[in-house]
Structure formats: structure tokens, C-alpha cells
Design a protein around this ligand. Structure first.
Ligand code: 6PG
Length: 457
């Protein structure tokens, strides 16, 4: 099997080595010749340079490949993807060739590109997760589209991807550009889980007075059981790191958090589709809030530093609350994928989606089995539901902020306790005659129901 790869940045370079190691012959290109040189020397060091051809012209790449060609793009999302596609057309790609955008592109661009290039070549999308390490040794690969080009590639990519209990973490999750939608939501979940872990740390550190080392130990005991996850284990490791003066590394790092945009897209899409993902939205806003201190609006106001109240937290309950809140982040993400799939008619397979997340990706976790088991898991988690309620309450009493913990409690509370939507319905009808629906689903107005004049004020 022979493939080409355009873009030899950190992800591209590592994926290139993985592809060659798994037996593929690779033709690689980057517009920076140093990147090609570096790849060549890495491949030589690993002893598989004979299956690598680094080219300095796209035309050369095209002529070296047997037809129909398979070309992977690992270039930054946005305009550059189109620029490379146009260059490849000029270099001679043909209608049966497949070009797969493997970057963190917006799925809307993917849909537009499928149309734009339909008579030039087959445009496909694939979300890849796992950072440099995953790309090198086995990433999660969320591919989409049902066209012919994939058939040629799948057997090789199943080997290139990570595997979990013998099953590959490569899957064609659904139609059209749904692979990029799934990767986008993967990142939305990633933001929420990262923030949730940071909130557990925050509560233990400032609310309970524990040191980073002690918190790392708590996270390690959680990891020994069913809560084992990649993000929890790296967080624990980070908390053990110290400089030469034994200052915890976390204390040397500024609080402002940046983002490349996939979390924001997740929140935007959820809001547009009307699918509630409060924990995912809260995580995006939590990052925005870390930057608030320096904004003009906040500089114009004077906020006095407020004292934090200390608290005693039952660690077993904290673990249960964290467990449930983590599961809820995935459930919200999956609900979003399901809703989007329905409205776009993508036929996304959630079981396959979860299979791609089992290994190699940033949100891999042992408890994905529980999520795969379906919605009913909440009914069997009464202790965790109670713990989340109690811990969220205790956490808020410290005066610290817990956006994802609070949003997760709100989410589960909304699903499992009576709602107050009836009053909001009535308010809308009161001032705007927007109509209401009764318990029987009958559309009417307040004035139809009230025995006295509903507009008495
Ligand atoms: C992955 C990661 C990767 C990257 C994201 C998030 O799955 O390998 O999600 O894609 O870390 O771009 O980055 P930001 O936090 O900068 O948005």
C-alpha cells in the first residue's frame, strides 16, 4: 500500500513514521524543505527509510503514486487546506484519487469542500486524536464518508490506528464530514474533562488545603480503579513535578488558558442545534473567564479579592461525584453527535464512535464501557447522583468557581427532578401571546386556562 502525506509538522511527521513502520510506502511533502530532511533522518534512524520518498514538488509526488492515489493532508485547518487542494489539482490529481483532510477542520468546511471538489477528486475527512505520541504509535481515527476511496485504505489504516483489546480505533463513523464533527465533539468533551479535573484539584488545594503532591496521590488512587483515564493520569503526573527549589511546577504557570477553537465550535453547534451540553459550554467559558481579569470591562471595575472558605470533603464522595460528572460529559457529547447526525442525516454510529475513543485519543478512559452500555447507567448510579449533589453544594460554599462541576450537577438535576419550564412558558405567553402547551400537549393561551382575567395586571 502506498500513500502520500502533505504537511510534516509535529502531527504529520509522527504519523508519517507510523505509516512507514506499519508497512506502507510513503511519499511525503512539506513546503519547508527542512521538515522533509528531518523526517528522512528520523526514518533512517528507525531503519525504515527505504519506504520513504521525500519530494520537493507536488508534481513529483503525483507522478510517483500509483493510481488511484491516496493523499493525506495534515496542514493547519482553514484556507491552507483549500490552497493545497488547488495545488494538487494543478499537480495532476484525478477524479478517482482520494484526498483526506486529517486536520482539526470545521466540518462545515468539509461539507462545502466535498461539493466543491466533487468533479476533481474524492474529498474525505478524518479527525485524528492523540497528539504527537498517538500519531507516532497509534492514534484514534474518526473517518467519514462512504465513497470508494476508503475501501482501498481501510485495511492499512486499521493497523495504523491504536487498538483496544484487539479492535482497531479506526472507524468510518458516519457519512459526509461527520468524522470532523465527531472529532470536534471529542475536543469539546476533552475541554470539559480537563476543566473538571482542574476543579477537583482546585477544591482539594484551596478548599481542603492539600498540596499538589497529596492531590496527585488522590488522583493516583482513583486511577487504580475504574476511573483510570489518560487525562487523570497526566494531571497527576503534572502535579508531582517540581523545580530545583521544590516549588510545584503548577505554581509557576500563569492562569490564562488559550484555545484553538474546536471547543468553541462544539458549543456553537450545540446552541444552534438546541442540544443542551452545559458541561461542555461551561468548559469553554471557563477558559474565557481565565482571560477576563485583563479585559477592559473588568479593569474598569474594582473587584476586591474575597476570602476562600475552607471545607472538609469526604474523598469517597468526591470520587463518586467526579465519576458521574465525567460520564455526563461524554453523554452530553454523544447526545450532540446523535442530534447532529439526525439533522444532517449522517447515520453516525455511536458504538463505532466510542470504539475510536477506546485507545490512542486524549479522552480515552476505562469507564467508556459504562457509557457504551447506554442511558440507563444513571439509574444504577444513585450513590453517585447523591454524591454529585452534595459535593457541588459543598464546593460552592467555599466561594470558589466550579463551572463544569456545577453545570454537570445542573444537567443531571434537570433530567432527574421536576422542571420549572411551565412558569417560563406562562411568562412568554403573558407578555407576548406566544402560546403555551398543557400537560396533554394542547396548544392554548393563559387566557383559555385561567378562570379570572389572566391579563389583570
Ligand atoms: C487531540 C487534541 C488535539 C489538540 C486540540 C485542542 O485529540 O489530539 O484534541 O487536537 O490538543 O487542538 O487544542 P486547544 O486546547 O488548543 O483548543
Amino acid at each position: 500500500m502506498q500513500v502520500a502525506l502533505v504537511g510534516l509538522g509535529v502531527m504529520g511527521k509522527n504519523l508519517a513514521l507510523n505509516l512507514i513502520e506499519k508497512g506502507l510506502t510513503l511519499v511525503a511533502y512539506d513546503n519547508n524543505p527542512d521538515a522533509g530532511e528531518e523526517l528522512l533522518s528520523l526514518a533512517k534512524k528507525e531503519g525504515f527509510a527505504e519506504r520513504l520518498h521525500v519530494v520537493s514538488e507536488l508534481r513529483d509526488m503525483i507522478s510517483r503514486l500509483d493510481t488511484p492515489r491516496s493523499i493525506l493532508l495534515l496542514v493547519p485547518a482553514g484556507e491552507l487546506v483549500d490552497r493545497v487542494c488547488m495545488d494538487l489539482i494543478e499537480a495532476g490529481v484525478e477524479v478517482d484519487d482520494i484526498i483526506i483532510d486529517c486536520g482539526n477542520s470545521n466540518y462545515k468546511d468539509g461539507i462545502a469542500r466535498k461539493l466543491k471538489y466533487q468533479n476533481k477528486f474524492e474529498f474525505a475527512t478524518m479527525g485524528i486524536s492523540g497528539g504527537a505520541e498517538g500519531a507516532r504509535h497509534g492514534p484514534a481515527m474518526m473517518a467519514s464518508g462512504s465513497e470508494g476511496g476508503w475501501e482501498r485504505i481501510i485495511p492499512s489504516f486499521e493497523k495504523v490506528a491504536a487498538s483496544f483489546k484487539g479492535e482497531s480505533c479506526f472507524a468510518r463513523v458516519g457519512q459526509s464530514a461527520s468524522g470532523h464533527f465527531v472529532k470536534m465533539v471529542h475536543n469539546g468533551i476533552e475541554y470539559a474533562l480537563m476543566q473538571l479535573i482542574a476543579e477537583m484539584y482546585h477544591l482539594l488545594r484551596l478548599g481542603c488545603g492539600k498540596s499538589p503532591q497529596e492531590i496527585a496521590q488522590i488522583f493516583d488512587t482513583w486511577s487504580e480503579g475504574e476511573l483510570n483515564s489518560y487525562l487523570l493520569s497526566i494531571s497527576s503526573h503534572i502535579l508531582t513535578l517540581e523545580n530545583k527549589d521544590q516549588t510545584p511546577i503548577v505554581d509557576l504557570i500563569d492562569n490564562k488558558v488559550g484555545a484553538k477553537g474546536t471547543g468553541l465550535w462544539t458549543a456553537q453547534n450545540a446552541l444552534e442545534l438546541g442540544i443542551a451540553v452545559p458541561s461542555l459550554v461551561a468548559a469553554v467559558q471557563a477558559r474565557h473567564l481565565t482571560n477576563t481579569h485583563d479585559t477592559l470591562a473588568s479593569l474598569e471595575m474594582t473587584y476586591q479579592q474575597k476570602a476562600v472558605s475552607s471545607t472538609q470533603i469526604d474523598l469517597a464522595k468526591l470520587k463518586s461525584a467526579f465519576h458521574l460528572a465525567s460520564l455526563l460529559c461524554y453523554r452530553q457529547g454523544l447526545a450532540l453527535i446523535k442530534g447532529a447526525s439526525r439533522s444532517h442525516q449522517w447515520k453516525v454510529d455511536l458504538a463505532k464512535t466510542l470504539q475510536t475513543w477506546r485507545a490512542g485519543c486524549i479522552i480515552r478512559a476505562d469507564y467508556l464501557d459504562q457509557i457504551a452500555a447506554g442511558n440507563e447507567f444513571i439509574d444504577n448510579m444513585q450513590n453517585e447522583v447523591n454524591a454529585l449533589r452534595e459535593i457541588a453544594g459543598e464546593a460552592l460554599k467555599t466561594g470558589l468557581a466550579f463551572p463544569v462541576l456545577g453545570a454537570s450537577q445542573t444537567y443531571i438535576a434537570t433530567l432527574t427532578t421536576p422542571s420549572n419550564g411551565h412558569l417560563v412558558q406562562a411568562q412568554r405567553d403573558y407578555f407576548g401571546e406566544h402560546g403555551i402547551k398543557t400537560h396533554q400537549g394542547e396548544p392554548c393561551h393563559l387566557t383559555d386556562l385561567a378562570i379570572i382575567d389572566a391579563k389583570v395586571r
